[in-house]
Design a protein around this ligand. Structure first.
Ligand SMILES: [Zn+2]
Length: 376
């Protein structure tokens, strides 16, 4: 589904694009793919590396997309801004390690020289992006950040994530910019634990995560729904392994979009990971570029209705270096209304897979969510 074209240039939104070449210099080292090398694991590259992001930027450049977007420069998030979410100890550990050869910022978070400066620029780029959207300099935006952030916890990094970019951005919107209600929608295949933990008792930030159940981080159950005043403002949709387009789109139609309409956010932040893609090495889902396009369109349409189109997608996971980028490009096309003519050459490989459709055991989970949160 492609809903916009170059025929309507005047009606196109001004879409911001945050990027910094320095992001690509974040060095996760020579490890064992998903784990550290050592023992019986021979050193190899890490699955989390700059390549999928760099190749997305290359494709955006070559297709002519980048030059039609409004560039948003990164800036280093200040230590005060990082501490909206993080402890001073976590920040100091990354800062000191970055002066030398690097270290571990938490479980499964190897980092190298200069990572503190690079990671605080990723966080700062998203703060700049929020300001651009709230100030009306752009209508919406895509932030191609690296390193990612959605697993980072207050006291440590987790799962490739150094600082919680989207959490810090939501705090910035609330505390500094006075935005009353922020929604965070996370469609990375891994649970968006960082936002859940940060805003678990906060009714002013709706956190929604759709992910593969029982996968990294082993949490994200339907029963984790927030507490105190925040009860009901944390929605998890833990789909079974093997879920495809049908399950994801149904979850968006029946749970995510209705939850957004009920919450009425003033700003929507999307933690956009592409590791639910059919060919990702870290997820076990079958989501095609067409479905990523449809899901993002639903969120963009909700933003148009609910908050004057104020929506920002910030890049999270997606680890297939040749396939991930086509799904992300489609999302930027939907945001900007620009059709590049680039087609995903991987989607046809799974086009006839019967498991693309919504299956009963997947629908059961969506039913549970709809019922638990009264979204009928
Ligand atoms: Zn992920």
């Amino acid at each position: 589904m492609q809903t916009n074209s170059n025929d309507h240039r005047d009606e196109r939104p001004r879409t911001g694009f945050a990027w910094d070449e320095w992001f690509m210099w974040h060095n996760t080292g020579r490890g064992g793919g998903l784990v550290l090398a050592g023992g019986w694991v021979e050193p190899h590259g890490m699955v989390d590396n700059p390549e999928p992001k760099r190749r997305l930027k290359n494709l955006m450049d070559r297709s002519g997309l980048t030059e039609q977007l409004v560039p948003i420069k990164s800036r280093p998030a200040t230590e005060e801004e990082l501490c909206y979410f993080h402890t001073a100890d976590h920040m100091a550990l990354v800062r000191e390690g970055s002066k030398g050869m690097g270290g571990m910022a938490g479980p499964y978070v190897p980092f190298g020289a200069d990572t503190f400066e690079i990671a605080r620029r990723a966080a700062g780029a998203l703060l700049e992006t929020v300001d651009h959207v709230l100030d009306g300099k752009v209508d919406n935006a895509y932030a191609l950040l690296y390193p990612p952030g959605h697993h980072a916890q207050a006291h440590q990094g987790l799962g490739n994530c150094i600082f919680g970019n989207v959490v810090i951005a939501a705090h910035h919107a609330r505390r500094v910019r006075g935005v009353a209600r922020v929604a965070i929608v996370d469609f990375d295949v891994h649970h968006g634990n960082g936002a859940q933990e940060a805003f678990y008792d906060d009714p002013s930030v709706l956190t929604i995560s759709i992910h593969q159940r029982g996968w990294f981080t082993l949490k994200g159950e339907v029963s984790e729904r927030g507490e105190g005043a925040g009860d009901g403002a944390n929605i998890n949709i833990p789909l079974p392994a093997g879920s495809g387009n049908g399950a994801f789109i149904s979850a968006f139609e029946r749970a995510i979009v209705p939850a957004l309409h009920r919450f009425k956010p003033d700003l929507i932040l999307v933690a956009a990971g592409y590791d639910a893609g059919s060919f990702d090495v870290t997820g076990r889902m079958i989501v095609t570029t067409d479905a990523f396009r449809t899901m993002s369109r639903m969120l963009i349409d909700a933003a148009a209705t609910l908050c004057a189109g104020r929506i920002i997608f910030e890049h999270e996971g997606g680890y297939n270096p040749t396939a991930t980028l086509f799904s992300a490009l489609a999302v930027v096309e939907e945001l900007s209304g620009i059709a590049t003519g680039v087609e995903d050459p991987f989607d046809p490989l799974v086009a006839d897979c019967p498991d693309l459709m919504l299956l009963p055991h997947q629908e059961e989970i969506i039913d549970q969510v709809v019922e638990a949160f009264g979204l009928q």
